[in-house]
Design a protein around this ligand. Structure first.
Ligand code: VAH
Length: 320
């Protein structure tokens, strides 16, 4: 398939990752070939200014199928999901949206000959009994959050549908993603985004994770690169389907605060851990991503200090 014959559907297209992924897809394949959708009535100007936006609920099978048929969709990036923090507030809703929403997308893809489906996984797939540092690709998956349970199920479904129906499913275990375009909604790693807004506007931040909570993180440009590179990779090279480990850097809240202080010296941080601390404690501190590096040449560009510098530069302009 050449690029102009691609017709791409993005669900969750105005979420934290969806917004920037959708814009990158428009840039790569042309705005006419990328259909950005989400559950909300209206999309921000950054989305509506450059192309189409449609309200679409992934829980409504017939609406999604009609959308796919009408537009001749042949590739789907399915990002609509409930994140870890929100998921613990309503675990049954989290299962419903994350699993039944994904099943709708998978079934519609199979029945309408969609060629590739990207469904993200997350480091939340890990939990009890893991090696905390450099957790390997193939390791025990015993998540203790409902979000994590849905991510493991999604990974297994991706592989099952590849093996049974030949559906070309792909996915990444995202670490916490840091970005300045759209705020994340309801995750445990959200603190690492919120901190920048507060550092610039109030010079103070109260973290809902405590000192020493080291987690794997990645800057959005690398997240987008990883996603697009995995989707471009030759399927014959891929030994995994919905669950590739990717890593960039890891830090605890105080290490991020120290890095921010190098640019905003008056910045201070304090700590008031909430229920999300238990979720963070169940996740790894760092990730081994050797298979992604070998199978599709994955390599991140940003480290902690280049990410912090770029975030502060971009957000300072945005918040002026
Ligand atoms: C969350 N950011 O905190 C998400 C994520 C890596 C975790 O999937 O829920």
């Amino acid at each position: 398939m050449n690029n102009t014959s691609k017709k791409i559907l993005v669900t969750g297209g105005i979420g934290q990752i969806g917004t920037e992924l959708a814009l990158a897809l428009r840039k790569k394949y042309g705005a006419d070939n990328v259909f950005i959708t989400d559950i909300r009535d209206e999309a921000p100007a950054i989305i509506t200014d450059g192309g189409s936006y449609d309200k679409l609920n992934v829980m409504n099978y017939s609406d999604v199928e009609e959308f796919v048929k009408k537009r001749g969709i042949n590739e789907i990036y399915h990002l609509a999901a409930i994140l870890s923090g929100k998921g613990e507030e309503n675990p049954f809703l989290c299962w419903d949206i994350n699993i039944n929403g994904s099943m709708n997308i998978f079934k519609i893809a199979i029945e309408n000959k969609v060629q590739k489906v990207f469904v993200p996984s997350s480091m939340a797939a890990w939990g009890l009994g893991i090696q905390k540092e450099d957790v390997p690709q193939e390791s025990i998956l015993r998540p203790t959050s409902m979000y994590g349970v849905t991510k493991v199920a999604g990974e297994r479904l991706s592989e099952y549908l590849f093996l049974k129906y030949g559906l070309d499913t792909r996915g990444i275990r995202y670490p916490g993603i840091i970005s300045c375009e759209t705020l994340p909604g309801g995750g445990t790693t959200d603190y690492a985004v919120e901190i920048f807004y507060e550092a610039i506007q109030k010079k103070q931040y109260t973290s809902f994770l405590k000192e020493g909570t080291k987690l794997p993180m990645m800057y959005m440009p690398d997240c987008i690169k990883a996603t697009l590179d995995l989707m471009d990779a030759d399927v014959d090279r891929l030994k995994f389907h919905g669950d590739y480990n990717v890593a960039a850097f890891s830090f605890a809240p105080e290490e991020l605060a120290d890095e921010i202080k190098k640019i905003i010296p008056e910045f201070t941080i304090d700590y008031k851990p909430d229920f999300r601390q238990a979720i963070a404690d169940s996740w790894p501190a760092s990730i081994d991503d050797t298979p992604a590096r070998n199978d599709w040449d994955w390599k991140p560009e940003y480290n902690l200090s280049t990410m912090v510098k770029d975030m502060i530069e971009k957000l300072s302009v945005k918040l002026k």
